[in-house]
Design a protein around this ligand. Structure first.
Ligand code: MG
Length: 218
């Protein structure tokens, strides 16, 4: 079983579903040549895709282009169904750092055929995840600086203020479709600068005032 923890509160959650947004930062939409969606584009990763700080990403043999995407992770602390954006942040237990590992070549083939993305996004090790800080420690989830470096060279450096759909609106939207339960996690999209990693690379993903993870690629 995979767990999400808030060390400062000595709390642990069994991870349930991981609901992710695609195309939530305008600059990233541009770099991949996608259209800005009318409504949030959602996909899911299974809990089995989660690894922790220091664990390695293993690129599946059916891909030759594995991309990193640093993202703000939102840990749900209480059941949320159809909640309004105005009160949505009350359901958040904590915030963390995630990397949405994506087999871009496989995803592009699937997109071209109109097929689902799971094998490009949900494979084992596809969701490196940090420990969480309590929600109360983050005064504004839309004022966070996200960074990712590969082998010490900065590749992504963006701000959560550039999200198209804010964390509160994501929770409102997702909870109108899927009941969110304690231990569920939302990944909120990536800023621009995504790119490929290969075996031997080391990624460092950081959100200032939340935390940092170091993830090798095996
Ligand atoms: Mg992503």
């Amino acid at each position: 079983m995979k767990t999400a923890c808030i060390p400062s509160q000595d709390k642990q959650y069994s991870i349930g579903k991981i609901v992710c947004l695609a195309r939530n930062y305008a600059e990233h939409i541009k770099e991949l040549g996608n259209e800005t969606p009318a409504a949030p584009v959602l996909f899911m990763k299974p809990a089995t895709s989660v690894i922790g700080d220091g664990e390695a990403v293993r690129i599946p043999s059916y891909s030759s282009e594995c991309h990193y995407e640093v993202e703000l992770a939102v840990l749900i602390g209480s059941e949320a169904r159809n909640v309004p954006a105005e009160t949505a942040l009350e359901y958040v237990a904590g915030y963390g750092v995630a990397i949405d590992m994506t087999l871009r070549d496989v995803q592009n083939q699937l997109k071209g055929k109109g097929l689902p993305w799971e094998i490009a996004k949900g494979f084992d090790t596809a969701c490196p995840l940090s420990a969480f800080v309590p929600a109360a420690a983050i005064t504004d989830p839309q004022a966070l600086n996200l960074k990712l470096a590969v082998n010490g060279v900065e590749r992504q450096n963006g701000w959560s203020s550039d999200m198209i759909t804010t964390v509160a609106r994501i929770i409102a939207h997702v909870s109108s479709i899927f009941t969110l339960e304690p231990g569920d996690i939302l990944l909120t999209g990536t800023p621009s600068g995504v790119g490929a990693v290969v075996a031997g690379d080391v990624m460092t993903a950081e959100i200032v005032s939340i935390g940092r993870i170091t993830i090798p690629v095996a």
